[in-house]
Design a binder for this molecule. Structure first.
Ligand SMILES: Cc1cc2nc3c(=O)[nH]c(=O)nc-3n(C[C@H](O)[C@H](O)[C@H](O)COP(=O)(O)O)c2cc1C
Length: 218
């Protein structure tokens, strides 16, 4: 049976655009793969303890027999998180833009799993695995807009998922998600609704490509 690994980093459950678009994606992938198992890692409601990363990171530089019990436990936690990624057939990451940067929950998770040798720089064991990044931004960051270049999250996430881990990554981006609740963005609401509908359509299209991505190269 195939397995989907689904990670969510939105700090809200209700009204979350990344969760909704990732749901559409996951449903489509599940239809394609025929009832796969789904392993969920909800960082929004269950963030990673930030004290684990320094313990696991420095444990890597400490001879095994000199590691503290806390370091050993942190390495085990990192390995358990890495198992979820390494053993899945398809990876879905749903991560919003916060404060012009990457979600701290996603960064804390990444920092910890990347201490595991299977997911560290230059040693990735997940190269070529099909993966999807669903992201959302409250504002607009397109070319020529005042905030062009202010999204410092998507580029970093692409870097670590595509370049460091070598995943076969599709990115689904939705902008203007704050238009509905921001009076100054009222004139952008139609555009925002169009973009959201487009993202769900892209999620369905991307999801349907999963079987082709999973096919072994001839
Ligand atoms: C604390 C916080 C900070 C945010 N910072 C930004 C930001 O810097 N730029 C932006 O465009 N939107 C920002 N947003 C809006 C979110 O990116 C937007 O609401 C997005 O849809 C959140 O993802 P979700 O819908 O899955 O919860 C912020 C939202 C919150 C709650």
């Amino acid at each position: 049976m195939s397995t989907i690994f689904r990670l969510d980093a939105s700090i809200r459950q209700d009204g979350s655009v990344t969760r909704a678009v990732a749901d559409t994606l996951e449903e489509t992938i599940a239809e394609e793969l025929g009832s796969p198992a789904v392993v969920r890692r909800d960082l929004g409601s269950n963030p990673i303890d930030p004290t684990l990363w320094p313990l696991a990171a420095f444990a890597g530089y400490t001879p095994e027999e000199q590691r503290t019990p806390e370091q050993v436990a942190a390495i085990q936690d990192a390995a358990a998180l890495a198992d979820e990624v390494v053993s899945a057939d398809v990876l879905v990451f749903a991560v919003p833009l916060y404060n012009f940067g990457v979600s701290q929950h996603f960064k804390a998770w990444y920092d910890l799993v990347a201490t595991d040798p299977r997911l560290s720089v230059g040693q990735s064991t997940v190269t070529g695995k099909p993966a999807f990044l669903v992201t959302a931004r409250g504002g607009g960051y397109g070319a020529g807009t005042p905030r062009e270049g202010w999204d410092h999250a998507t580029g970093w996430m692409r870097r670590v998922l595509e370049d460091v881990w070598g995943l076969d990554l599709d990115v689904i981006e939705t902008e203007l998600t704050l238009a509905e609740v921001t009076p100054q963005m009222a004139e952008l609401r139609d555009l925002a609704r169009e973009q959201l509908a487009e993202s769900h359509e892209t999620a369905r299209r991307s999801g349907r490509s999963v079987t082709i991505k999973l096919r072994p190269a001839a």
